[in-house]
Design a protein around this ligand. Sequence first.
Ligand code: GUN
Ligand code: ZN
Length: 427
Amino acid sequence: MADLILGQTLGFAADPFAEGPGAARHAARSGVLVEGGVIRAVGDGASLRAANPGATVHDMGTALLSAGFVDAHVHYPQTGIIASWGKRLIDWLNSYTFPEEMRFSDPAHARDIAALYFDIALANGTTSMASYATIHPASVDAFFEEARARGMRAAAGKTCMDRNAPDGLRDTAQSAYDDSKRLLEKWHGVDRLSYVITPRFSPTSTPEQLQALGALWAEHPECLMQTHLSEQMDEIEWVKSLFPNARDYLDTYEAFGLLRTGGMYGHAIHLEPRERARLREVDASLIHCPTSNTFIGSGIFDMAGLMAEGQRIGLATDTGGGSSFSMLRTMAAAYELAQLRHNPLHPAQLWWLATQGSARAMRIDHAVGNLAPGMEADIIAVNLSSTPAIAQRAARAQDIWEALFPTIMMGDDRAISAVWVGGRKVG
Ligand code: GUN
Ligand code: ZN
């Protein structure tokens, strides 16, 4: 049984940072033919309808059909503490984050929050993500069980910390290795799920723990690795004092086998030239978390400079340090931060970052992140007139980018009118 979704379609034939907005493929009165969970065709709506008379038609009118959003860095356990007031990174972790993560020692709490998180993410059009769990193995099980029940392509890992975290929220080098390995063997490659080796950041891991996780990654190079890098200046100073022999922050990962292709480094704001060169050399992924970087007061990611160097960059909410579950709001924050550096990101570049860019950063762009034949059918329908304020601005638009930009800047979950995961309509 095929499904035919009708609307305006937006996909990418190339990278708009390299090729400009012409890299995008937009068509009005278009359609997406889906069969067996996969996109079979994208093309003229009337022609697809005539050629597939048996297909179930979902006529979305003038809604924009796109690949679902990909959130390349999120902490699902922090759902309940989003929008917590007044702290910078280290105080924010100690005041809000660690007490909440402690509650995940109760598997029932983990299940409740995982279910809530996925409902919110899907309502916002986010169909794939890379999430941190907590140190508790059951928090990883809860994430994967909920993702699997929804048929999602999702990635996560047990957050490892064996120092500088409160009692009850520390593992050890050995238990981090053992638990991560067991969870990896249990979940990696099951349905559409993948395991991510997850040292939280070097201040909360001893050299022994970083070494153990580096060894695990060497045994499982097919997995991703995620961590945080150079988010705030105080954090960087702390890292220097904890690792006096390290050349820089990145070296605290590199020295223990935690720098290579498949590594995803969240924030990456205050980078040294050597760090930038090494990240590029190994083709690591830098994850831009713009609402978090303003909310926690971290700084301005150098999007233009890093893109010009050819870095692999994804976009992410980083909830609950980030202040929104919406990748639309996240694109808006990326636009605003880039404006502070005199670099107005084009709507095509913003949309690409939230779909293809993040999928590339997670190395799942062969499967998701684009509206094209052969891709898995994770699709969203976006209403470009979802509120009166957006509608009146979009009504003046002369082209698709002018029609889309008000939704990028002012849109939220009200703009997401339908979501398909693996070809199945979920909302
Ligand atoms: N650095 C280490 N842990 C975290 C976290 O949970 N959120 C953010 N934004 N930065 C971190
Ligand atoms: Zn984070």
